[in-house]
Design a binder for this molecule. Structure first.
Ligand SMILES: NC(=O)c1ccc[n+]([C@@H]2O[C@H](COP(=O)([O-])OP(=O)(O)OC[C@H]3O[C@@H](n4cnc5c(N)ncnc54)[C@H](OP(=O)(O)O)[C@@H]3O)[C@@H](O)[C@H]2O)c1
Length: 339
């Protein structure tokens, strides 16, 4: 019997709570090199919001199914498929191609999917490709970091930030973490420290003498990570050592990154950007698989943990509202679950 998928689609760019709508999509049985997949779980990431708004680095043909990442289970395979089998767990082969994961099922070419290990919890397989991979690459690719070295980041409560803290801990690095002030700051700071954060500061404290004081006893920070922009980027830069690199990978405050001239001249700071989709395009599928395998192994061993707020796909509007920050600070990554 042909499957009819329920999807969340957009016909035009705009605010997600205005332009996204539910739709039904009949699926043809998979032919030759195609497979059918039942989605298991998919997150709502800032990049998904930006894709719908039309501010992301790629623009799909419209109408498009929303959702850039997620994990599904193969249910049917076409006669010519050799790389995948029924029951395999798969994720989109590229996060730069707008697969459209916010749907109950899909039929697509087998080459559009990457098989992942299924011994880690499903929520980790659904979310490994964007945020943990970004954290991993930024710690690997921008500075020669050795045990005892220091990385400074803002947006430390984000999924990328939490991954940075835990991957830094695994490598014996110190992380100095800047977060937005909040009524329960001490509680949040304790949570991050339990994951391995060495220091947690509000943006204001990071820019005050307390920031410099907090860096005493550590070697000069070689790497700064910025996903906020504006004064939160300045706060990171202030705590960097001479010759350090500042990597910008997000712009949550929607404010530009401004670096004081003196940091370029007297601290010789290098500023770079990072986009995980570009990294994936420029590296082999084997290299990406190896990284994903490592990260899911950490998740299976509970060395990489995140909080998820799971919502059935049928309550999509509720999960979207939370992801848009319309319900205040959230307790974790919004995750759509399909069964
Ligand atoms: N370049 C890449 O390849 C790449 C890959 C992955 C992610 N990203 C980017 O990384 C960032 C984090 O993504 P994520 O999925 O890890 O985030 P997330 O888990 O959804 O968390 C959102 C984060 O943004 C913070 N935030 C929200 N609104 C803010 C504002 N107005 N000012 C300052 N901070 C704000 C939140 O802080 P509170 O706890 O204070 O609310 C929280 O830390 C996003 O910008 C995303 O686009 C980029």
């Amino acid at each position: 019997m042909a499957t009819v998928a329920t999807t969340v689609v957009f016909d035009q760019h705009g605010p997600p709570d205005r332009v996204l709508r539910q739709d039904q999509m009949p699926l043809k049985p998979p032919e030759d090199n195609e497979v059918e997949v039942d989605m298991l779980a998919a997150p709502i990431n800032p990049s998904d919001i930006n894709l719908v708004e039309g501010t992301y680095g790629i623009k799909p043909d419209l109408p498009a199914v929303a959702g850039l990442e997620g994990v599904g289970r193969v249910t049917k395979v076409g006669p010519a498929v050799t790389s995948l089998a029924v029951s395999d767990w798969v994720i989109p082969a590229s996060t730069g191609k707008a697969f459209g994961t916010w749907r109950t099922a899909a039929v697509c070419a087998a080459e559009d999917l990457l098989k992942v290990r299924s011994d880690a919890p499903v929520e980790y397989a659904a979310t490994v490709a964007v945020n943990p991979c970004t954290a991993y690459r930024m710690l690997e690719d921008f500075a020669h970091l050795e045990e005892g070295d220091v990385v400074v980041q803002n947006g430390a409560t984000s999924m990328v930030g939490l991954a940075v803290i835990q991957l830094a801990r695994e490598r014996g690095l110190h992380s100095v973490n800047i977060i937005r002030d909040r009524p329960n700051f001490e509680e949040k700071a304790a949570e991050l420290k339990a994951l391995g954060a060495s220091v947690v500061l509000t943006e204001e404290r990071a820019q005050s003498p307390e920031g410099k004081q907090a860096m005493k006893g550590f070697p000069p920070a070689k790497l700064g990570l910025n996903c906020v922009g504006g004064s939160a980027a300045t706060a990171v830069t202030k705590l960097l050592g001479t010759g350090a690199t500042l990597v910008t990978y997000g712009g949550m405050s929607m404010k530009p990154v401004t670096i004081s001239t003196s940091y370029f001249i007297f601290k010789d700071i290098t500023c770079k950007g990072f986009w995980v989709s570009r990294w994936a395009q420029e590296h082999s599928a084997e290299e990406r698989s190896k990284m994903i395998d490592y990260l899911l192994g950490l998740a299976r061993d509970k060395k990489l943990t995140f909080n998820f707020e799971k919502t059935p796909f049928t309550d999509f509007d509720f999960a979207l509202k939370k992801a848009l920050g319309k319900e205040g600070f959230t307790a974790g990554k919004q995750l759509l679950v399909f069964k």
